[in-house]
Design a protein around this ligand. Structure first.
Ligand SMILES: *[C@@H]1O[C@H](CO)[C@@H](O)[C@H](O)[C@H]1NC(C)=O
Ligand SMILES: *[C@@H]1O[C@H](CO)[C@@H](O)[C@H](O)[C@H]1NC(C)=O
Ligand SMILES: *[C@@H]1O[C@H](CO)[C@@H](O)[C@H](O)[C@H]1NC(C)=O
Ligand SMILES: *[C@@H]1O[C@H](CO)[C@@H](O)[C@H](O)[C@H]1NC(C)=O
Ligand SMILES: *[C@@H]1O[C@H](CO)[C@@H](O)[C@H](O)[C@H]1NC(C)=O
Ligand SMILES: *[C@@H]1O[C@H](CO)[C@@H](O)[C@H](O)[C@H]1NC(C)=O
Ligand SMILES: *[C@@H]1O[C@H](CO)[C@@H](O)[C@H](O)[C@H]1NC(C)=O
Length: 918
């Protein structure tokens, strides 16, 4: 135990070298006064420490005041109030921003003081994380009880939990956390903690009621005076008692400067009894005893003044050679005792000694094995983040999996055999009232096998990270309000049978384009009398003709097989309803819903994914439109148009089979950025999408004879391929101009915000109606806004007007550009290129259709913008290469940034550098 002379020498030197410029030792302190008003703070008079309310550390319980009769002038302020937990078996405080693996002293303080008027103090259990800390019990209503634990944090947070045992309502007065160097209290490690009960940390010597804590003890341990013992005399020094640099216990000078010696004789002895701790089996419990010694008066090695004694604990000698404490240095002996309730210590002067033995301080801790393994830190962190994201209304407190008796409702945990660490393998949050997007923290539960989020109000898109969970075999997202595309990995896993995926009843979930939302009954059209055409006979003829044409085509293709590339997808064929049932696995995976009915994901025999649109009986659209779509698509093949693969007309069943577009629609890409699925599109990507879509439309207008008018061009009808190529979808409204003279259609159709005013005034659709709508899509690409832009809470304007006004005011194109395009490096686009597109978009939206460009003009203009942007990129990359890449920086996601901040906070809160830093 005693340090060698050489170490002592270096220690003294180092002590002097490092004593100046100490960092604020208060860094990392958490000091909570439970029960004071939310957000209030005050400075504690004795310690000068700032105490804060428990807001942010706990979410349950209620504030109470103690009874006035128990308040005395000397009572520390944190005992005036308590937080009481009348409901829930386990209620917990979370102490955040720690460093996993570092050591901490945590203190919980309790003063019942009849706060509830029942005059009966409760008995309850206190847990640190998953492990029992100690039972909390009171001698009487006026007893103050505080207990310390020295523990290694398994995670970057610690939870202190109060557990109701059915013997009264748990409550707490104060909670402190102090970081400790890892070299302090070496007996506390990952597998055992040190628990102090009965305030067994004594400053021996002073006979008053003095208390030493911060700032006298930089670690803010509370040292109570042992008090007057008739057989003892106080010895003291005014000089500072220093610590060795490698001191494992670091007793403060204020405590070490005083000591007790026997008044009479040569033996100082005392004993303590552990049997009053009824919650611990005293005969088997292990206690750590630390005895502190420092010589306080000048002695001579050879002279008359010599202090020398032997230390015996329970009759066993703790010293090998006669012991003399070092002069004005804190020294200590420590060891464990067990096997009996009463323990005794005696310090006996040797025969050669001329001075009696002395004792400066002592501590007694219960050694508590960390028997309950805490949940895997990654899993626990993710669960807490999930709980915070949704404010889950379950009694989710403390460690998610441990102890088993308190495992969180809705969780299944499995112990990982090699490590003994519980992992979360199932999470059922079905019907839990969850709202908002699916948090990506679900993706951090890496051992998850079952996830049920059905019957909630979850919105936004499905994050891709769910597809990355390696062990997920069951995922139920049905009956929510999810939108956007289903991540491809999930679809693949579902297809190859490794994942059972449930997505039904999410009306806005899209795989392939959903059908058009008609303007039926829209205010805009309410005054217009819509002529109806009784065309039942006509549609029957259409169907017969169409089916014959499709069969014909299929036969031709069968005779002359095309190579197995993308064109193979284009082959039209007839499916039976049974076949559709088979390829969609009995319509198990609904990926969208449109005017026609539901859209299901299926896989052809060759593994190609397809989107199957089923006409529902209740569909507002009739077989006429359904087949119109089929008819046009079979006639039209272009790389920028979504291909029809086949159709089904089987008794009453109508269905269309399209190629599957894994990236969903453009609108979702522009609007949904709340999850990891959607990165903001760059200007280069937007230009490519604009060019692709324009070429698709141009093909319809120019290459088809007669021209095909889409009539419902909008960002939702532009679908994206894996490489973010664009294809025009949804030809349900396209009608061939069989009668080139009238151009009059039977039903005006389209979507609010995109609709050509000339068209809805006259019912005369022309190619220029599509140009008008495409202008709106271009404005969406430039601004990232929806067609109707909210100006303030009550007023909205059309994006066209908004852009026009902003430009007229001289704001420049930067004032309307989608801010997410400049998120990484400011203005990551060629301004002229954006100007050109914005100008083109406004010309497309001219009131008079003859003033609008044709789609051929539009394609040419977009090409010029593509070239401008390409020129900028090549010069930018040249500059970056020449400049050594100094300007490059990556777009850190918000969560990444958050983690960096946490890390740096944790570091400053960490332990001071140990001796190895010399
Ligand atoms: C306490 O502070 C938080 C954060 O600043 C705030 O949201 C909350 O409303 C405050 N509570 C009270 C009672 O002032
Ligand atoms: C506690 O006492 C203070 C001051 O007397 C009072 O303002 C506060 O409302 C009381 N709090 C509770 C929870 O009773
Ligand atoms: C903790 O300390 C005890 C006693 O010194 C020792 O037996 C145990 O192996 C240590 N555990 C760890 C994880 O170091
Ligand atoms: C007592 O002191 C004498 C002389 O200083 C020494 O020889 C002897 O070993 C000492 N005895 C003990 C028990 O230390
Ligand atoms: C989730 O819990 C609900 C009832 O709360 C139950 O109906 C459902 O089957 C559970 N899900 C799984 C996957 O066990
Ligand atoms: C879901 O959210 C919508 C709008 O926020 C609300 O009207 C509806 O009641 C919610 N449904 C459920 C089941 O909570
Ligand atoms: C199923 O698909 C997933 C995702 O593509 C893949 O990781 C996994 O290996 C596949 N499993 C089997 C058995 O084919």
């Amino acid at each position: 135990m005693k340090l060698s002379a050489a170490v002592l020498f270096f220690s003294i030197l180092l002590q002097y070298c490092t004593s100046s410029g100490q960092p604020d030792s208060r860094a990392g302190f958490i000091s909570i006064d439970c029960g004071i008003p939310e957000n209030s703070t005050y400075q504690d008079l004795t310690s000068t420490i700032l105490y804060v309310s428990d807001r942010g550390f706990v979410t349950s319980g209620e504030n109470r005041n103690i009874s006035a009769g128990y308040i005395s002038p000397s009572l520390a302020q944190r005992y005036y109030t308590v937080r009481a937990f009348a409901s829930g078996v386990r209620n917990c405080y979370t102490l955040p921003s720690l460093v996993a693996g570092n050591k901490y002293l945590v203190r919980a303080a309790f003063y019942y003081a009849d706060y509830d008027g029942l005059s009966t103090p409760p008995v309850f259990d206190l847990y640190l994380g998953a492990s029992l800390w100690h039972e909390v019990r009171f001698r009487d209503a006026a007893a103050i009880n505080w207990m310390d634990v020295v523990a290694v944090a398994p995670t970057d947070f610690l939870q202190v939990c109060l557990v109701n045992k059915g013997t009264g309502t748990p409550f707490i007065s104060g909670l402190d956390l102090r970081p400790l160097r890892s070299t302090l209290y070496p007996e506390a490690n990952a597998s055992q903690s040190l628990v102090m009960v009965n305030a067994n940390r004594c400053n021996v010597g002073p006979t008053d009621k003095s208390v030493v804590r911060y700032p006298l003890d930089p670690h803010d341990r509370i040292w109570l005076a042992y008090g007057a013992v008739p057989a003892w005399t106080e010895a003291s020094a005014t000089s500072v008692v220093r610590n060795y640099l490698a001191d494992p216990y670091d007793a403060p000078s204020a405590v070490m400067q005083s000591a007790a010696t026997p008044s009479d004789g040569s033996v100082l002895s005392f004993s303590w009894d552990t049997s009053d701790d009824r919650s611990v089996d005293a005969s088997s419990a292990t206690y750590l005893l630390v005895l502190y010694f420092a010589e306080l008066q000048r002695v001579s090695a050879s002279g008359e003044l010599r202090r020398q004694f032997d230390i015996a604990v329970d009759g066993t000698a703790w010293n090998r050679e006669p012991y003399s404490p070092p002069y004005l240095f804190a020294d200590s002996f420590s060891g464990t005792v067990q096997g009996q309730a009463r323990h005794s210590v005696s310090l006996t002067a040797t025969r050669n000694a001329t001075l009696p033995p002395l004792l400066n301080a002592m501590e007694v801790y219960l050694v508590r094995p960390v028997d309950e393994a805490a949940t895997d830190p990654g899993d626990a962190k993710a669960m807490i983040a999930i709980q915070e994201a949704y404010v889950v209304s379950k009694n989710w407190m403390g460690d998610p999996c441990a102890p088993k008796a308190f495992a969180w409702e809705g969780l299944d945990c499995t112990t990982d055999p090699p490590t003994g660490t519980p992992r979360i393998t199932a999470l059922n949050l079905s019907s839990s009232g969850l709202t908002g997007p699916i948090t990506t923290y679900f993706g951090d539960l890496k051992a998850l096998q079952y996830l049920d989020l059905s019957h909630n109000n979850l919105s936004g898109s499905i994050p891709d990270c769910l597809g990355q969970l390696p062990f997920l075999v069951f995922l139920d997202l049905s009956s929510n309000d999810l939108r956007g595309p289903v991540p491809y990995t999930l679809l693949q896993k579902s297809h190859n049978g490794t994942l059972s995926l449930r997505l039904s009843n999410n009306p806005n979930l899209s795989g392939n384009g959903s059908g058009p939302k008609k303007l039926n009954g829209a205010a805009l059209l309410s005054a217009i009398i819509i002529p109806t055409v009784a065309a039942t006979a006509l549609s029957v003829t259409f169907i017969a003709l169409l089916l014959r044409a499709l069969k014909e085509q299929a036969r031709r293709r069968a005779v002359d097989p095309t190579p197995r590339d993308e064109t193979a997808l284009l082959e039209n064929r007839e499916f039976s309803y049974r076949e559709l049932k088979h390829i969609t696995k009995n319509f198990s995976l609904e990926i969208g819903r449109g005017g026609f009915g539901a859209v299901f994901l299926g896989y052809l025999g060759n593994g190609n994914p397809v989107a199957v649109k089923i006409r529902s009986e209740s569909s507002s659209q009739g077989g006429k439109e359904f087949l119109a779509e089929a008819q046009h698509l079979t006639r039209v093949h272009h790389k920028n148009l979504v291909s029809l693969i086949g159709y089904c007309k089987d008794k009453d069943h109508f269905a269309l089979v399209y190629e599957y577009m894994p990236e969903g629609n453009l609108q979702d890409h522009l609007r949904l950025r709340d999850t990891c699925t959607h990165r903001p599109l760059t200007w280069q990507q937007r230009l490519q999408i604009a060019l692709d879509a324009a070429q698709g439309l141009e093909y319809l207008h120019v290459a088809c004879k007669p021209a095909l008018i889409h009539r419902d061009v909008k960002s939702r009808n532009i679908l994206l391929t894996t490489g973010l190529g664009a294809k025009i979808a949804d030809f349900g409204l396209t009608k061939a101009f069989s009668d080139s003279e009238t151009h009059i259609t039977t039903e005006p159709a389209g979507t609010m915000g995109y609709l050509d005013p000339e068209y809805y005034r006259s019912y005369r659709a022309s190619e220029k109606s599509d140009v008008y709508s495409f202008g709106v899509v271009l404005l969406e690409l430039v601004t990232g806004q929806s067609p109707v832009v909210p100006v303030d809470d009550s007023v909205s304007v059309h994006v066209g007007e908004w852009v026009q006004q902003s430009l007229d005011r001289g704001g420049g194109v930067e004032s309307v550009v989608d801010p997410s395009m400049g998120r990484c490096e400011r203005g990551d686009y060629d301004v002229n290129s954006v100007w050109k597109v914005a100008d083109l978009a406004l010309r497309c939206r001219r009131e008079a259709s003859r003033e609008r460009p044709t789609m051929t003009d539009v394609v040419a203009q977009i090409r010029e913008s593509v070239e401008l942007e390409a020129a900028r990129r090549s010069s930018a990359s040249g500059a970056a290469a020449a400049g050594g890449g100094g300007g490059l920086r990556s777009c850190a996601g918000e969560r990444d940034a958050f983690e960096v901040v946490e890390g740096s906070v944790g570091e400053t809160a960490g332990a001071a550098p140990g001796p190895a830093m010399i």
